[in-house]
Design a protein around this ligand. Structure first.
Ligand SMILES: Nc1ncnc2c1ncn2[C@@H]1O[C@H](COP(=O)(O)OP(=O)(O)O)[C@@H](O)[C@H]1O
Ligand SMILES: [Mg+2]
Length: 216
């Protein structure tokens, strides 16, 4: 979609075209970390809020009011709770809705994202480009924080991403089976969780494991 500028001489691309192009580029760079197949069609509207009314309402409000929320100091969410309670569904549901609104974002499980940042994954500059995107994109979802193998390198990469997003007040959504207080005890994590406490509203997601067939 091209539109003429005011002089009718040069052409420029409209915003939604650029947003789609940027998202396509993101998906190329983050092949494995883009919305996984299971979550591609997950919407907040498909979520059964019986056990998670509070968390679901927060997720819906987050999408509806994203333009206002993104300007706030605490503009992220941390979904914390045991496995199978719908944390990833809520996080990907938010991202799917934001992508539909043209907000560029990326998501992935932290172990996968870390693999994509290793220089041996593709050309070195791709790893660097991915890191830059994770630091600067409008919204980033780090799914399953704390599930990665915690080497010094991983902790440093996570710190670099979270610190950049903290400094620029960029919305970050986290899911984890561990409370921030537990993550804080991991070696070198204090400076990461300290920022997360300030950046994110902690949303407790509790209840039965949906994977075990609570309701289908
Ligand atoms: N309340 C819910 N309504 C609909 N589907 C759900 C709900 N909770 C979980 N699910 C589904 O159950 C599966 C596991 O949920 P997931 O979000 O991956 O859990 P978690 O990330 O907390 O381990 C997914 O397929 C998800 O879509
Ligand atoms: Mg999950």
């Amino acid at each position: 979609m091209l539109v003429k500028d005011e002089h009718g001489e040069r052409m420029r691309r409209c915003r939604c075209f650029l947003a789609r192009e940027q998202q396509a580029r993101l998906e190329r760079l983050f092949k494995a970390a883009r919305v996984p197949r299971r979550f591609q069609k997950k919407r907040l509207e498909d979520f059964d809020p019986t056990y998670q009314k509070g968390a679901w309402k927060i997720a819906c409000r987050y999408v509806e009011q994203f333009e206002a929320i993104r300007g706030e100091n605490k503009n992220g969410l941390c979904f914390i709770g045991p496995p199978g309670t719908g944390k990833s569904h809520l996080a990907y549901g938010i991202l799917n809705s934001l992508l539909a609104k043209g907000v560029p974002g990326v998501c992935g499980s932290v172990p996968e994202i870390m693999d994509l940042l290793r220089p041996q994954t593709g050309p070195g500059q791709e790893a660097q480009e991915r890191l830059e995107l994770l630091k600067t994109l409008d919204v980033v979802i780090l799914d399953d924080l704390g599930a990665e193998r915690n080497t010094e390198w991983v902790t440093e990469r996570l710190y670099v991403i979270i610190n950049a997003r903290y400094n620029d007040m960029l919305p970050t959504i986290i899911t984890s089976n561990l409370e921030l207080e537990e993550l804080e005890k991991l070696p070198g994590w204090e400076r990461i969780t300290s920022r997360l406490f300030e950046m994110c509203h902690v949303v407790t997601v509790d209840g039965p494991d949906y994977r075990k067939g609570v309701k289908r």
